[in-house]
Write a protein that binds this ligand. Sequence first.
Ligand SMILES: [Zn+2]
Length: 498
Amino acid sequence: MAIAAAMATAGVVTCAGQTPAGQSVQGSAPASQQPSMLDRLNQMLAGGKSAWSGEQIHTMELLRDAAMKSDYAYNELEHLSDNIGPRLSGSPQAQKAVDYVAGEMRALGAEVTLEKATVPHWVRGAETGELTTWPGQATGTTQKIVLTALGGSVSTPPEGLTAEVVVVDNWQQLHALPAGAVKGKILLFNHPFDKELAATGHGLEAYGNSVVYRAAGPIAGAAVGAVAVLVRSVGGADFRLPHTGLTEYGPGVAKIPAAAVTAEDAELLKVLTGQGPVTMHLTLTPQTLPDAQSYNVIADWKGTEHPEQVVVVSGHLDSWDLGTGAIDDGAGVVVSMQAIQLMKELGIHPRRTVRVIAWMSEEEGSEGAAAYMAEHTAEMGDHVGAIESDLGADHPTGIYYAGKPELGRWLRPVAMVLDANGAGSLESAPETGEDIAGMTEKGVPSFAPVQDSRFYFNYHHTAADTFDKVDKKHLNENAAIMAVLAYALADSPEAAAR
Ligand SMILES: [Zn+2]
């Protein structure tokens, strides 16, 4: 999950999948007199009919139940995370992952294409920080600061740089400083991640509120003459873990080195700079190599009636390099792959094409998504829906949808099927995923699982984004959403409203 998607906030919750009041389905009438699921749906959709037939609803139930019993997504994720490992754009592991996913999709009988994307190739180097002067210092000592370079950062001189540290909590405090206060210094943005907001299920909003400092901090710091910028890690858990992520430079503004410090180290710097001058030695030696050739993996499960009409089911294959990219976003890739795997297993061939996409370079600027939009602009009218999973692999409670308001009502039969997994909510959102945002803008109805975001940002972009964080049942619940929704979009008599 990158910057722009996080800044969008989810809209109004409308819960579906619940039996309306006064409509008993567990009465003592003989089975033959009990309303069928389709009857119940049609009653629930008073004034409208289910877009899907009883047989199609049954197919959705089969997909849902098969997803819950499957080992496929879990095993694929283990391979991507543990065997291939971190998949930074332009890296050999990213290429290995492209070849692996393509091979797995071909083995299922999907039609696979590798579509070229030119991606950044940034490589992490040494990264150390230590205080060299601070109030109360014992003679001859330094104090370690735990940090990690932000993605895309330029390097310090190889021997590092030493400068005084200035701490601000936000933009307002920066602008209130006297002219020249930051010149030649290291500027720290100490904006805390709102853990209470995340704890109440709004992790994405908490992320959005803080990630602006990671994204724009180096530009703001350079503009006032800082020699380097530090940001407080954008994440929830306090295990002295730094969280990396993309930062940005602007035209006409000096590129200065940028790193994330842990929440604990940000607090330490705030306390010590409040007592007196603090100087720090900072060494960052990342390199930006020439752009690399990479690929989106496109796997089509061809439609029987309208093969030219496609439903995109996706996650991003690249990851940051500190962990192994299990929750961000290997999980999104494997639950997408599972949609085709289940259709193969159950012999399901929808009217329209189900297109699994493993996107490249979401983390470093969504170059894969941009390449896809450039290549397929003329086909957007035939893109009848797009789904992306990029908020981890915890328990999903339903589906986000972006597009016409009537999509919520239209999807109620699908929500009712998913309600058996506790995933029956339908929530309107302005956008549903960084890689499919371009399609959303072009009017393609867009969707994402509503994942439990209370814990995701504890691990996000850290060394702790590893396979052990993934619960198989929760992963399968996400796979069930991807498969059921993909089928529903691909097999409905009329395409989703747009
Ligand atoms: Zn992501």
